[in-house]
Write a protein that binds this ligand. Structure first.
Ligand SMILES: NC(=O)C1=CN([C@@H]2O[C@H](COP(=O)(O)OP(=O)(O)OC[C@H]3O[C@@H](n4cnc5c(N)ncnc54)[C@H](O)[C@@H]3O)[C@@H](O)[C@H]2O)C=CC1
Ligand SMILES: CC(=O)N[C@@H]1[C@@H](OP(=O)(O)OP(=O)(O)OC[C@H]2O[C@@H](n3ccc(=O)[nH]c3=O)[C@H](O)[C@@H]2O)O[C@H](C(=O)O)[C@@H](O)[C@@H]1O
Length: 420
């Protein structure tokens, strides 16, 4: 059965670009979200999230009559679930959104439908989702009951796009397809091939779930290695960026870059899903998380030591010193401040510091609420003219382009090696 109508459940950073990609290939797409304001925005042909090129694709899809959004699920040939999977408590995966999404589509499922889970999930989540659907629809058969002959096909197909490059990577990246049966995988591959230029690589659902967690854990472990080196090098008076550049000249060494910590809602979250399921075995993955989570605290200690050093050579009192923090976003050249180590550090410094804390963030026009009243958003030039201590937190292109001769301050904490 081919796919005439496709429904995407959850219209956020992943769901909306995916819905728009199908609609741009002239498929009828119904996006569903519990956020009524997001639904209204999309139905006006506008977007509620920031992602390059997405606005044009959504506008064309809505105006062309291929994409519409709704708060209520409808009957479709295929469903893709892209709802949040945060952690709860002591880093346990929270599957309540997936459960709610599955239960919301169950009543409208028709024989022959394909259901794909895209949300980053712990191993076994797809089987759990299939069980929720089966419990809600005893009139239909599911792969866990009858295998290939099931009325409903189910697969896990993780998303691996990089924020900021989603519209390119969505089309070009290879996709891991984890069907509950080979037929499920074949149908899921057929669906993605509507827009995919990359390859569909087929496996089972549990391997596909683990594959997504593995990719982000691999990056987290590699960044933790770099962050650990940065602590060792600071102690040994070695420039860690020079060290890594030199080590990476080895044909089989490729170390990532240290920074203020690991931010965003994926790399700092997903490795915990492995740790939660295999706490005895996942020792390196847990330690990497701990190393990366510790880094912002270490940076704050460096700031305090640098301020103390500055005071010994200055005739100013502590309350007269100005500290400037460069960057708030969770990574360079974006405006996303969520789960940002730069935010965490700036907040701690501003709360601790008796004097003025200046903030330079070229990608925002207004300070977030948590920093309002305890810091001041200024231009790069104002910060360089006024501050006694500089803290480099995010290697935005504007900061990298700065002529070193403009920096007269001697007291600098540079977490990104930009002003070395
Ligand atoms: N943002 C990213 O760069 C990537 C995210 N992922 C994964 O994709 C999944 C989705 O992430 P994002 O799109 O970033 O989240 P998001 O928060 O941007 O969007 C999720 C959307 O789902 C909606 N929603 C929640 N419960 C719902 C329900 N029961 N029915 C319908 N809509 C519902 C929310 O209102 C929201 O609009 C997560 O598992 C995430 O880990 C995977 C790769 C990249
Ligand atoms: C394995 C991998 O590259 N995963 C990607 C990642 O996207 P995300 O934007 O979170 O990743 P990122 O660019 O590594 O940034 C995460 C954090 O790590 C930091 N970071 C990154 C690279 C580095 O050398 N040093 C470093 O400190 C960044 O500054 C940021 O705070 O996670 C996404 C996700 O799963 O949501 C995934 O789709 C993306 O492909």
């Amino acid at each position: 059965m081919s796919f005439t109508t496709i429904s995407v459940i959850g219209l956020g950073y992943i769901g909306l670009p995916t819905a728009a990609a199908f609609a741009s290939r002239k498929k009828q797409v119904i996006g569903v979200d519990i956020n009524a304001r997001a639904v209204e925005t999309i139905n006006r042909g506008e977007i509620h999230i920031v992602e390059p090129e997405l606005d044009n694709v959504v506008k064309a899809a809505v105006e062309g009559g291929y994409l519409r959004a709704s708060t209520t699920p409808v009957t479709a040939d295929a469903y893709l679930i892209a709802v949040p999977t945060p952690f709860k408590g002591e880093h346990e995966p929270d599957m309540v959104y997936v459960e709610a999404a599955a239960k919301s589509i169950a009543p409208v499922l028709k024989k022959g439908a394909l259901v794909i889970l895209e949300s980053t999930s712990p191993v076994g989540a797809t089987e759990q989702m299939a069980a929720w659907l089966a419990a809600a629809r005893p009139d239909l058969t599911f792969p866990q009951q009858v295998g290939e002959k099931a009325d409903i096909n189910i697969a896990y197909c993780p998303e691996r796009v990089l924020p900021g490059q989603v519209m390119v990577e969505l089309i070009k990246n290879d996709r891991v397809i984890g069907g509950m049966t080979p037929v499920c995988s074949a149908r899921a591959s057929e669906l993605y091939n509507i827009f995919l230029e990359g390859e569909c690589v087929v496996t089972n659902s549990r391997t596909a779930e683990m594959c997504k967690l593995t990719e982000n854990s691999f990056r987290d472990v590699n960044i933790a290695f770099a962050n650990e080196l940065s602590l060792i090098c600071a102690d040994q008076n070695i420039n860690v960026w020079e060290l890594i550049r030199l080590a990476n000249r080895h044909p089989r060494v490729n170390i990532l870059q240290p920074g203020p910590g690991v931010g965003g809602h994926c790399i700092a979250v997903d490795p915990w899903f492995i740790v939660a399921q295999n706490p005895q075995q996942a020792r390196l993955i847990r330690t990497a998380r701990e190393v990366n989570d510790h880094k912002p605290h270490w940076v704050v200690d460096q700031v305090k030591a640098t301020v103390a050093d500055c005071l010994t050579t200055s005739d100013k009192r502590a309350s007269e010193l100005k500290i400037a923090c460069f960057g708030l976003a969770f990574k360079p050249n974006i405006d996303d401040l969520r789960e940002s180590p730069a935010m965490e550090i700036t907040h701690s410094v501003a709360q601790w510091h008796g004097g003025e804390t200046l903030v330079v963030e070229p990608n925002i026009h207004q300070l977030p609420a948590s920093l309002t009243g305890i810091s001041k958003l200024v231009s790069m030039q104002e910060a360089l003219a006024q501050a006694d201590v500089l803290i480099m937190l995010v290697d935005h292109k504007e900061f990298k382009a700065l002529d070193g001769r403009c920096i007269t301050q001697r007291h600098i904490v540079d977490t990104k090696g930009v002003w070395r």
